[in-house]
Design a protein around this ligand. Structure first.
Ligand code: G1P
Length: 292
């Protein structure tokens, strides 16, 4: 019987260097796509997948992330008195229940594996989700729910994957595929950011994982890998003999908010998917394209 996934780890300690000067004061996870900070999309996706508890791995200067997910009683009271129900609901929707949001500091940015290791005590001995908020997914079924459903069947580690152009393999964790039925691929190994000519496949991990706690003893070794960082991919790879590792080709589209173009693309895509503005936005985009 596979244990239920109740907790999600959100690594949000990065400096957001690529988005300077926007991220000089505002954490990059707090930058908005349409009307919500990027990190809220990840939290909503996880909640829609049944996740109840959130562990944010954060850093100094990122206090606004914690503030965003806690009640703002003065604001809520004022909106209530004015009868601004829509706005009140929007504010309250972001509140996480008491005791369900934890914040742990990663004082040194030593890599994604190290960030996840920082959450070890708070996760304990149960399978958990990892969500990288930079990767946003538009799908009918929330991407994390698709992973949790697959995990209930196959257990072990299950990550979201997509095929990438071979020249991009050096941006991702790449699967060395053992079996592949076109939907779910079982890996016999993983490589972090291989050069295109060294990549064992073009099947890339995107920022959604369900991870078996057996990864923690490996992360605890603090072994450095690609880019001289403690890599989550490497720790997962070292458990692969004992714990099955599957990549799920999820239904939906991923937008990489870690780059300027991907961020603009995400805004347009989420806008077009939003019934309140899609028709008007379509006209605007068309007008812009028609401009010489
Ligand atoms: C991280 C992981 C990588 C994964 C990617 C997905 O890399 O290390 O394995 O494919 O996220 O976005 P980063 O983008 O932090 O360099």
């Amino acid at each position: 019987m596979v244990q239920r996934v109740r907790k999600a780890v959100l690594p949000v300690a990065g400096l957001g260097t690529r988005f300077l000067p926007a991220t000089k004061v505002i954490p990059k996870e707090m930058i908005t796509v349409i009307d919500k900070p990027v990190v809220q999309y990840a939290v909503e996706e996880a909640r829609a997948a049944g996740i109840e508890e959130f562990i944010f791995v954060t850093a100094d200067g990122k206090e606004s992330i914690a503030m965003h997910f806690q009640p703002h009683l003065v604001l809520e009271r004022s909106l209530e008195e004015k009868g601004k129900t829509t706005e009140l609901n929007a504010v309250r929707n972001a509140n996480l229940p008491p005791g369900k949001a934890h914040f742990v500091k990663q004082h040194d940015p030593l890599g994604l594996g190290h960030a996840v290791w920082c959450a070890m005590q708070l996760v304990g001995n149960e399978p958990f989700a990892v969500m990288l908020p930079d990767d946003m997914v538009l799908s009918k079924t929330p991407c994390m729910r698709q992973l949790i459903e697959a995990h209930a069947k196959v257990g072990g580690h299950v990550v979201a994957v997509e095929d990438v152009p071979r020249e991009h393999t050096n941006r991702y964790g790449i699967l060395d595929v053992l079996e592949d039925d076109g939907k779910i691929a079982k890996a016999k190994g993983l490589v972090e950011k291989p050069a295109p000519d060294k990549a064992p496949s073009t099947l890339a991990i995107i920022g959604r994982y369900v991870i078996d706690p057996s990864v923690f003893p490996e992360l605890d070794k603090h072994t450095k890998g690609a880019g001289n960082e403690i890599q989550l991919t490497d720790a997962l790879n070292r458990t692969i003999e004992k714990v099955p590792f599957h990549g799920l080709r999820f239904e939906g589209r991923r937008y990489d908010c870690g780059t300027h173009l991907g961020f603009v693309e995400a805004n347009v895509a989420f806008g077009l998917a939003n019934p309140a503005m899609s028709d008007k936005l379509r006209v605007i985009v068309q007008k812009l394209l028609d401009m010489k």
